[in-house]
Design a protein around this ligand. Structure first.
Ligand code: AMP
Ligand code: ZN
Length: 474
């Protein structure tokens, strides 16, 4: 049974999907005005691990990650760089895709962009206005927080205790400092869209309410994002969506702990960040992923290069085993022994760790225990059948490859194909020796000529035949 800690109810709950045939999951994506940093990467990677685990459990997941491509920060950057906002956002959307690919993050099914959902956004604001949850002051439309009786239910904050904080905009026009922008009137030089309230652009929170509803429906299973989004972003999404739709918005809210540097949160505004792309120049995606996986997603994680270096070292054990498996599987051995080993025990432990609110540190410890125990078996036994190596490979394929993305057997496929090629050549060379011994010179010449056509020349000496690959004289 999978249980998930739900920020909304503040307890672990059994996961009961709305439709087990297709789980709906929405993750708040990047604001595309810069390369994303390694803190953002933590949230994206842990969301990816959760999605992969749901798939491991046999669910099909409809995974949506939005791209905020209209925002104050994008406008600021466009003014600084004297380039159009569209140029800035498109450039960083492309960079985002490159980076998540390098981080081995599975692509979402849909990446909705705010600029491509203006009609849905405007319609949602109109609905809120019609229901008196929104008011318009000179082309600026605000959400009236006092009208939504459940305001604060996600963050546990009470309206009267709240004050204007870091991500709350101060604006004298608002009735209440907590009221937030649904539609912002265009200022000179800013990009704008037409609306019933005049030219302007949407607020950040309404984008996610409109796009999640459009792609996943009025109520969906899982909504995730970093801790900083609980308030006000997700609180406001609930207020908007539930006021408009009269339905529960999201069943399970998952929030990722912050990645800190020197015990301080990593953020662009504090300037204490490393971009994922810079870190990837020095460390592998697998080491980055393992560093995050070895800390529970909900807690803080103090980032350091030592952490990455030690993950890189830990991965050596996994890689060595993978190389060994690939080497062994390249040689024919179906008659060897199958040592006694309880694969199911490790798989059950992996599952029970992950089922417990995605306890990836414990689940990764199961993989490393597995490696240690398998290595002992391999050291103690000779002449092990391929079937056993295949069992090791399939355990790792499900867990380290499939759920964690910290291993990729195809990295060893070059090694694999070179070794396979050599084995095939040797096989043909021996066949030719046999043919010659039996005085079947027609066949032995055929083998030699056939290999030559493939760029492999054979050189016979007195007692052995050697070969040269890719002889350019051919
Ligand atoms: P942003 O582009 O700032 O809207 O952030 C994109 C995602 O990364 C959101 O889910 C944020 O909550 C998350 N995030 C931002 N900074 C950090 C951090 N230091 N550690 C973990 N997640 C973060
Ligand atoms: Zn969002």
């Amino acid at each position: 049974m999978l249980s998930i800690y739900n920020t909304l109810t503040k307890r672990k709950e059994e996961f009961k999907p709305i439709n087990p045939a297709s789980i709906s999951m929405y993750v708040c994506g990047p604001t595309v005005y810069d390369y994303f940093h390694i803190g953002n990467a933590r949230s994206f990677i842990m969301a990816d691990v959760i999605r992969r685990y749901l798939e491991f459990k046999g669910f099909s997941v409809k995974y949506v990650m939005n791209l905020t491509d209209v925002d104050d920060k994008i406008i600021k950057k466009s003014l600084q760089e004297k380039k159009e906002t569209k140029f800035i956002s498109e450039n960083y959307v492309e960079a985002f895709f490159e980076d998540i690919h390098k981080l081995k993050i599975k692509p979402a099914n849909i990446y909705p962009k705010a600029t491509e959902h203006m009609d849905d956004i405007v319609k949602l604001i109109e609905e809120l206005e019609a229901k008196h949850f929104a008011y318009n002051i000179n082309g600026n439309v605000f959400y009236d927080v006092s009208k939504f009786k459940d305001y604060g239910k996600l963050s546990g904050k009470k309206i009267n205790e709240l004050e204007s904080g870091s991500r709350i905009e101060i604006n004298e026009e608002k009735k209440n400092p907590l009221d937030f922008s649904l539609w912002k009137k265009a200022k000179i030089g800013e990009p704008y869209w037409n609306s019933p309230w005049g030219n302007g652009r949407p607020g950040w929170h309404i984008e996610c309410s409109a796009m999640s509803c459009k792609h996943l429906g009025k109520t969906f299973d899982i909504h995730a994002g970093g801790n900083d989004l609980i308030f006000p972003h997700h609180e406001n999404e609930i207020a908007q969506s539930e006021a408009a739709n009269d339905k529960k918005f999201v069943n399970y809210w998952i929030h990722f702990g912050f990645l800190n540097i020197n015990e301080e949160k990593m953020s662009k505004s504090l300037g204490n960040f490393f971009t994922a792309r810079d870190i990837l120049k020095k460390y592998s995606a697998e080491a980055i992923r393992l560093s995050f996986i070895q800390t529970h997603y909900a807690g803080p994680l103090n980032f350091s290069e030592d952490l990455l270096a030690s993950s890189e070292k830990g991965l050596e054990k996994l890689k060595n085993l993978a190389v060994r498996i690939m080497e062994e599987l390249n040689t024919q051995n179906n008659s060897g022994i199958i040592p006694a080993f309880d694969f199911q025990y490790y798989e059950d432990n992996f599952i029970s760790a992950m089922d417990d609110n995605f306890n990836s540190p414990q689940a990764s410890a199961v993989i490393f225990d597995f490696i240690r125990d398998i290595n002992r078996i391999l050291a103690e036994n000779n002449n092990i059948s391929n079937e056993f190596y295949q069992l090791i490979k399939s355990f790792l394929e499900k867990t380290a490859v499939g759920v964690f993305g910290i291993l990729d057997f195809s990295d060893y496929s070059t090694l694999n194909s070179v070794m396979l090629e050599d084995s095939l050549i040797k096989f043909l060379v021996n066949l030719r020796i046999e043919a010659k011994r039996e005085k079947n010179f027609a066949l032995s010449d055929k083998i030699r000529d056939g290999l030559k056509e493939l760029g492999i020349t054979l050189q016979d000496s007195k007692d052995k035949t050697s070969y040269k690959k890719y002889n350019l004289n051919i």
